[in-house]
Design a protein around this ligand. Structure first.
Ligand SMILES: Cc1cc2nc3c(=O)[nH]c(=O)nc-3n(C[C@H](O)[C@H](O)[C@H](O)COP(=O)(O)O)c2cc1C
Length: 307
């Protein structure tokens, strides 16, 4: 590529920005509108293009869900934006596998927003652009507000609940999912993190962001299953404090997880532990469902009292 072409490509790349999830159309779009909308964001880059038949093919292959009354909604558009960006370098099978992993560990909103930020930053680096926009005065106010929130150990989202689990075989993970659903059904906004599949830095960030958390862990040779141990060690190192926490443990012969999580959390300042503890022996049974209902009610009552 000669210097002039490079300069032109870099100049087009400089203006490249994708709409974030909350800027995607909230009303569904028909197929041709969807194709037009997605392509309008990738005009800078020839070859990154969508057609109607590609979309129908992705639906057929199960990469995106079927349109609702012929309309594509926000999640489907977000997935299509991702597919357009990566389809030249990843096979459909790989994209399908990535979507399955993403759907286990994150919401479409969070995954899509992370993808947008990463793509914009990568393009900036590839073309030698200053990827980080200079903060304006109003941005700085936001940063200062965040710094003030984090440094005083206040949550950014006091009403939100993090459900973090560490499971060997999957029973504790399934129980954590059920608990998350119960909390959602009671009106809470919940983020789920599988500590075995998510880098601990994301879990720590979510713990600092949310006002409440539920920790679910399997007992492992008399100790916590290591991903939970690691998570709690990071929280302790970062002086984590001032949160409400509910506990769920799993163990077949001598469950220890709740006791060990309690010891760890009581070593941190201002952590209020819920009285109801869920103790599971293997898979969730009717008796554990009742314990989970009691813990969910207690957390929701504590949320109401704290807000
Ligand atoms: C390597 C290993 C060590 C375990 N250690 C204990 C233990 O010390 N005490 C106990 O009650 N259960 C112990 N268990 C049983 C698990 O806690 C139990 O199988 C639990 O259901 C696992 O939950 P999960 O399906 O979420 O992995 C152990 C299981 C494994 C595989």
């Amino acid at each position: 590529m000669n210097a002039e072409t490079k300069r032109r490509v870099a100049a087009s790349a400089a203006g490249f920005a994708l709409p974030r999830y909350d800027q995607l159309p909230t009303m569904g779009l028909y197929l041709d509108q969807t194709v037009q909308y997605v392509n309008s964001h990738f005009r800078t880059f020839p070859g990154m293009e969508l057609t109607g038949s590609m979309v129908s093919n992705y639906v057929k292959k199960g990469l995106i869900t079927h349109p609702v009354r012929k309309k594509y909604m926000r999640d489907q558009i977000a997935y299509l934006m991702y597919i357009v960006a990566v389809k030249n370098v990843l096979s459909m099978e790989n994209i399908q596998m990535l979507f399955a992993i993403q759907q286990e560990i994150s919401t479409a909103e969070r995954a899509y927003n992370t993808f947008c930020a990463e793509l914009e930053s990568a393009i900036g680096q590839v073309f030698g652009l200053d990827a980080a926009p200079r903060p304006t005065d109003s941005d700085l106010t936001g940063y200062l507000h965040l710094y003030d929130t984090w440094s005083s150990y206040k949550p950014e989202a006091p009403a939100e609940i993090l459900v973090a689990s560490a499971s060997i075989h999957g029973h504790t993970l399934a129980a954590a999912r059920t608990m998350a659903e119960k909390l959602r059904a009671a009106g809470a906004k919940v983020t789920e993190i599988d500590l075995c599949r998510t880098d601990v830095s994301y879990a720590v960030a979510e713990a600092f962001r949310c006002g409440k958390m539920v920790l679910a862990c399997a007992t492992y040779d008399g100790f916590l299953f290591p991903p939970m141990e690691t998570f709690l060690t990071h929280l302790k190192t970062k002086n984590f404090q001032n949160r409400i926490a509910g506990l769920m443990e799993n163990g077949m012969w001598a469950p220890m997880a709740a006791k060990l999580m309690t010891a760890s959390l009581t070593g941190m300042k201002g952590i209020t532990l819920c009285e109801h503890i869920v103790s599971i022996h293997g898979a969730v049974k009717a008796s554990t469902e009742a314990q989970m209902d009691a813990l969910a009610s207690e957390i929701m009552a504590r949320c109401a009292a704290a807000d």
